[in-house]
Design a protein. Sequence first.
Length: 184
Amino acid sequence: MGYTMNDDIKDILYSENQLKEMIAGLGKAITEDYKDKKLLLVSILRGSVIIMADLMREIKLPLEIDFMAVSSYGDDTKSSGTVKIIKDLDKDVAGYDILIVEDILDSGMTLSYLMDILAARNPKSIRICTLFDKPDRRKVQEIKADYAGAVVPDEFIVGYGLDYRQKYRNLPFVGILKEEVYSK
Ligand code: IMP
Ligand code: MG
């Protein structure tokens, strides 16, 4: 057999089934909390596409969705905190209860910047749902996940939307990338 993406994975952290259960749990909590709200899910491209597609089907309420793309410059495994909007929302979010859907909350720089931008547009509320939380690496302490699928250790993880240099997003599980892959 030739090379497969799986060869670059040190350990599997969450299997497909574990991810399914995690998303179902998040969906249930959100369904309870947003019963009488005007819910708008804002997916931050591209890492959150898979969680977004799965999570929205686990929320048993009327809701709307929109997408935003940002880029953060820095080296490949850490974000620099300089965030640029690549694609803005299509919607006027005034009066909406925004729930930002992210793949992973790391330094918090990306979300800190986004929360400021979105708050200035007069939504009714803004909260954060992240699949993974890496609190050990937080630089912006005020940024906290209102919903988190799991707390993960300070290792670089890929799969289920999460990338390394845009690859590995299509792995159906979440795994720890071998250090030799990014130290090359
Ligand atoms: P923050 O601004 O440092 O919180 O960066 C969050 C972004 O960094 C995420 O949306 C990911 O794109 C990326 N990121 C942080 N940690 C990881 C990881 O372990 N694997 C893949 N991407 C990561
Ligand atoms: Mg990324």
